[in-house]
Write a protein that binds this ligand. Structure first.
Ligand SMILES: Cc1cc2nc3c(=O)[nH]c(=O)nc-3n(C[C@H](O)[C@H](O)[C@H](O)COP(=O)(O)O)c2cc1C
Length: 159
């Protein structure tokens, strides 16, 4: 696999760990999607309908600001995008990321961690934001996923 970027957003570190293992496995560059305003634990409280994450996830048009950019997106052919599942889909900041670059002629592969939910409609929802990319099916991992599980998945991808 050549010219691979592993981009990820992680609010509490689980997806970050998986992303690092994946970047080692595919020999890709690692890029963390950093929110302009970091998420506090109060922001992440899904039991509170007024918390920042609840408000964002209740608004399909929410686009939280990203503070850092990928230096040269044109140099990558394959972009893995990792995130925690929030309310059965990708956090809105992933949509901000997808709208920040030109992904035409690029292969995009979602991956996620969650407490238990699968990808559900996640792939479909992301594709609507970025229809010009070539999407491969995304995969949800448990936060305990090991290197073997990740490399088996990568080997099975139809690049
Ligand atoms: C706001 C919010 C919503 C969540 N919604 C779900 C969900 O719908 N299904 C699920 O299995 N886990 C859900 N989770 C749990 C996270 O997906 C899980 O803890 C994930 O591994 C966290 O990754 P991170 O440490 O990279 O942020 C949610 C967590 C948060 C903070």
């Amino acid at each position: 696999m050549s010219n691979v970027l592993v981009a990820f957003f992680s609010a509490s570190g689980e997806t970050a760990r998986l992303a690092k293992t994946l970047a080692d496995t595919v020999k890709g560059d690692l890029y963390e999607i950093q929110p302009g305003v970091p998420y506090s634990s109060a922001d992440l409280n899904w039991n509170n309908q007024a918390s920042r994450s609840s408000v964002e996830m209740n608004d399909k048009t929410a686009r939280p600001v990203i503070k850092n950019r990928v230096e040269d997106m044109t140099s990558y052919d394959v972009i893995f995008i990792g995130f925690p599942i929030w309310w059965y889909e990708a956090p809105r900041i992933i949509h901000t990321f997808l709208e920040s670059y030109d992904f035409s002629e690029k292969t995009v592969v979602p991956f996620a961690t969650s407490g238990g939910s699968g990808m559900g409609e996640t792939d479909h929802i992301l594709k609507q934001t970025c229809p010009m990319a070539r999407w491969l099916p995304g995969k949800r991992f448990s936060s305990r996923a090991n290197t073997e599980e990740i490399s088996a998945w990568v080997k099975g991808l139809k690049m």
